[in-house]
Write a protein that binds this ligand. Sequence first.
Ligand code: APR
Length: 236
Amino acid sequence: MKKKKIVVLTGAGVSAESGLSTFRDSNGLWENYNVYEIATPDGWYNNPSLVLEFYNQRRRQLKNVEPNAAHYALAKLQEKYDVTIVTQNVDNLHERAGSKNIIHLHGELTKARSTENYHFVIDIGYDDIHIGDLCDKGHQLRPHIVWFGESVPKIYEASKVASVADIIIVVGTSLVVYPAAGLIEYVPENSYKYIIDPVKPAVYNAHRNLEFILEKATVGTPPLVEKLLKESHTDE
Ligand code: APR
């Protein structure tokens, strides 16, 4: 029997209660680091060691944190729905909570890629990347992260998924970085839209069937998931 389709768009807020910093909240990453120096191709060109150290620190931290109740609730949706997690996060907490279908729009901390061949991607787990770590053709390895100014190749796959979703759940994103933030516009107008965030993000308010759940992810997500699991019924 066909399951209804849910697309979930997550941002840094879904991992905040696991202890990972968001970007634009007070004391967020972009308050403590110069984004131009560590998350742009120019920054990499000017000082690759600084960029590597920034991501090495975040990768080491990731090893010591756990998924939270929001990640686990979203994974539970898979019991009765066809779920795709589209995340802007580069952490692996959705995977570790049991979600299977995950699209990482902005890359993954636990992977490295060649500076010369973006198809050369390897798993590095929580290990550091150092100057001198090279790909098979002898080029420097870099974090497998989408920096500002770089393309977001997975947005095509993500927008296709969104365009046939019966439900979208947006958790913990300020919806200010495109193209990720535009994903909600691909969802069919009559589909149900839930936005979980203690602060109302910038979104077109006149969407039909739009509900704001102004709570933290671990408070707002589990009850919504329980409601959807109770309501769930296969397509007639
Ligand atoms: N639960 C739910 N939402 C939360 C929580 C929480 N506990 N704490 C904060 N938030 C919300 C904030 O209100 C905000 O709307 O999470 C959002 C975090 O927004 P940002 O810090 O802008 O993070 P994000 O939207 O993921 O940034 C998008 O910008 O810098 C780039 O590539 C980076 O993927 C990132 C992208």
